[in-house]
Write a protein that binds this ligand. Structure first.
Ligand SMILES: *[C@@H]1O[C@H](CO)[C@@H](O)[C@H](O)[C@H]1NC(C)=O
Ligand SMILES: *[C@@H]1O[C@H](CO)[C@@H](O)[C@H](O)[C@H]1NC(C)=O
Ligand SMILES: *[C@@H]1O[C@H](CO)[C@@H](O)[C@H](O)[C@H]1NC(C)=O
Ligand SMILES: *[C@@H]1O[C@H](CO)[C@@H](O)[C@H](O)[C@H]1NC(C)=O
Length: 648
């Protein structure tokens, strides 16, 4: 029996309307839906030249048909249909930097895991980045007084620069303290009057060091020969980064290399040490005071076990103390004792750099991978990435090539006969033992190379170009093919910027020809020299190694012939010109390509803003620190290749 339907108690008869009305209803319904989701329809599904140039002039006109947006994405066109309903978030300080390819702008927000930044910033050009992690300050003390020898002090500054770089790369804010900070401490006068320098300069130095630290209200105090050599998430480094130090502590194996504690505990320790009976009559207690310099230093030796905790399981920091150098790196220790002190210090800097580099290599046992999606005609894009990856896999120059870092005495030293693996991969792999270097091209660059075209126009885009090719190829290996552009972008953003992967990968933009701040990203200098043959060569006490071989071509992809490579390079240059061109025609074509490849464009903007912000943060810090020891300026390090260091 058929079901009798009722409405408000009355029986109603459900009857399908005639067939022609059914069609009409479906059509009207679809039309309303389409109007709502995509905005007013237009004659063609790709913007015409005029439309795009109009839209570039008035970027918020809703008439640029945005066919690419899938209905399940947060849709920009909705607020526009109902009139402007949101204000742009205020511009954050230091969130813009200039670039030859229009300004790089970003906005730091917890909502960065959003496929399209413009839904949050309401600004086509501004990328949403994860909030910058707060860098906990870490201090070292360097007293430059009475150092006449310019060469020695420059060499020391270079070592301090290495210290600053290594801690910066690990997410800290390294600061070099001096006598000036110590003088601001209320107890300075008192300590000064004890004339400890006459008894033993090292005791005085240790006292001054603590006074300076006390003036900075505690935190982490290290020797500038104590450098982090461990994974980013090493438990000790993570603990130090949290900036919560329940006890004033030191680390057993590091003597006075690392201390950490809150301001009050540090003050308490200083007070107690200075109040010691020994200082009541320094002449009588001369020998005892001089003996304080041993082990963990003067202050610790005046405290009891209850005043300062001793951490025994900490392996994240390598400390090149005099005793370590003399026992583990004896030939170097001899040089440091010599008259040729500056030379010895430079050798030590080279040794430390090689250990930092070796640590990096041991952290990535699977080696390095350079991602090369769409490999057929994009070899020229990869030059810079491969160059960096090769230098990272090369063995570092070292005065003691077989030596290990002090915190990892059983390492396997870098062996040029068994180099770290370096491979090309067609799409991203999410493996933590692998370090990935990638190049993100602007979609204009990619289309021009991939389709081997010197110029791009609307006709070509409509008829031939696939959308968002780069990001789909990049994420295909991990995500599969069944995902939307939004999923691809999100995956990519995670790979670039999520806390777990930021220390596992480096992303360059194809349009930026040189990379300047790599040493601050990695925390060490990449090898700049290689031996000319296949054997290690030794020069003025330092062994340099042969260059790592370039990676093998991807399987199934024919290596590019030399003459085609030349064409690719030309095309890459032309694409760079086109993207930065101020010519209106070029600009509208570029805008059109960006509209056609929303996901690829977003990836480009995101990674570009991510590295630009990193540069700006660093640059700002260097400017603030330039008058202190260990700055690039004081270390005789060339900061600028003709002022181009900070721009692209
Ligand atoms: C960063 O912003 C602050 C405050 O807005 C400004 O004083 C400073 O000059 C900016 N620094 C850079 C490098 O832009
Ligand atoms: C310190 O000790 C020395 C030798 O023991 C003594 O001659 C001197 O008087 C003492 N000074 C003070 C201020 O007590
Ligand atoms: C990689 O894998 C880890 C877990 O194995 C996961 O937490 C992380 O989100 C993945 N990264 C990306 C970019 O998907
Ligand atoms: C890599 O090493 C070569 C020499 O082997 C050097 O010319 C080049 O500048 C280095 N590149 C980087 C990015 O460090």
């Amino acid at each position: 029996m058929p079901v009798q339907r009722t409405f408000l108690g009355r029986p109603i008869r459900l009857q399908m309307p005639p067939r022609r009305f059914q069609l009409l209803f479906i059509f009207v319904g679809f039309f309303i839906y389409a109007l709502f989701v995509y905005g007013p329809p237009s004659s063609a599904d790709i913007p015409s030249y005029e439309q795009v140039s109009e839209a570039v002039k008035h970027p918020h006109l809703p008439n640029l048909p945005d066919i690419h947006k899938l209905p399940d994405l947060p849709d920009l066109s909705i607020p526009k249909v109902f009139g402007p309903s949101a204000h742009k978030p205020p511009v954050q300080p230091n969130s813009t930097t200039s670039s030859s390819y229009r300004a790089i702008e970003w906005f730091a927000d917890f909502k960065w895991r959003n496929p399209f930044s413009s839904t949050i910033t309401l600004d086509e050009n501004r990328a949403v980045l994860p909030p910058l992690k707060r860098r906990p300050p870490i201090y070292t003390y360097y007293d430059a007084r009475g150092k006449e020898d310019k060469e020695v002090s420059e060499a020391e500054n270079r070592l301090i620069l290495a210290w600053r770089r290594a801690w910066w790369a690990q997410g800290f804010q390294p600061q070099v303290l001096s006598r000036d900070e110590a003088q601001k401490h209320p107890q300075y006068e008192l300590v000064q009057r004890m004339r400890l320098g006459k008894i033993d300069p090292r005791v005085e130095l240790e006292m001054m060091r603590w006074l300076a630290w006390g003036h900075m209200r505690g935190g982490i105090l290290t020797n500038w020969l104590a450098l982090p050599m461990a994974k980013y998430d090493n438990p000790m480094l993570s603990f130090l980064r949290r900036q919560e130090y329940p006890f004033l502590s030191r680390i057993e194996s590091l003597q006075n290399g690392v201390f950490f504690g809150e301001a009050a505990a540090v003050e308490e320790a200083i007070k107690k040490a200075i109040g010691s009976e020994l200082f009541k009559n320094t002449t009588a207690n001369k020998d005892k005071i001089a003996a304080l310099k041993n082990d963990a230093g003067a202050i610790v030796n005046l405290l009891t076990k209850d005043d300062i905790a001793v951490d025994s399981k900490a392996n994240g920091v390598a400390y090149y103390s005099t005793s370590t150098i003399n026992s583990a790196y004896k030939s170097l220790g001899d040089k440091l004792g010599d008259k040729a002190k500056a030379e010895g210090l430079d050798l030590l800097a080279t040794l430390i750099n090689s250990h930092l580099h070796l640590t990096f290599q041991t952290l990535f046992p699977d080696g390095l991978a350079v991602v090369k999606p769409l490999p057929e005609h994009t070899t020229a894009l990869m030059d810079e990435a491969i160059e960096i990856a090769r230098n990272l896999t090369q063995c570092a120059a070292s005065p003691l090539p077989k030596s290990c870092p002090p915190n990892l005495p059983k390492c396997s030293p870098c062996d040029p006969a068994k180099p770290l693996k370096l491979e090309l991969i067609p799409s991203l792999k999410n493996v933590s033992a692998l370090y990935t270097v990638g190049t993100v091209p602007h979609p204009y660059t990619l289309n021009s190379l991939h389709y081997m075209r010197d110029s791009i126009d609307a006709e070509f885009l409509r008829r031939e170009a696939h959308r968002d090719m780069w990001i789909s190829a990049l994420t295909k290996g991990s995500l599969g093919e069944q995902h939307s552009g939004a999923d691809h972008v999100l995956y990519f953003k995670e790979a670039v910027a999520s806390p777990t992967s930021v220390s596992n990968s480096l992303w360059l933009t194809a349009e930026r020809p040189t990379q300047a701040d790599l040493d601050w990203v990695f925390g060490f200098n990449l090898p700049q020299k290689a031996s000319t043959n296949d054997e290690p060569t030794s020069k003025s006490g330092i062994t340099i190694f042969p260059r790592a071989k370039p990676p093998k071509p991807l399987e199934g992809v024919k290596p590019q012939e030399e003459k085609w490579l030349r064409t690719e390079e030309d095309r890459l240059k032309k694409a760079r010109q086109a993207i930065k061109s101020t010519d209106k025609n070029y600009q509208s074509v570029v805008a059109m390509v960006e509209q056609w490849n929303l996901a690829d464009t977003e990836a480009w903007k995101f990674s570009r803003a991510f590295s630009a912000r990193r540069r700006v943060e660093r640059k700002k810090w260097e400017e603030e620190e330039q008058k202190y020891a260990g700055s690039e300026k004081k270390s005789g390090v060339q900061t600028a290749g003709g002022g181009s260091r900070w721009s692209d």
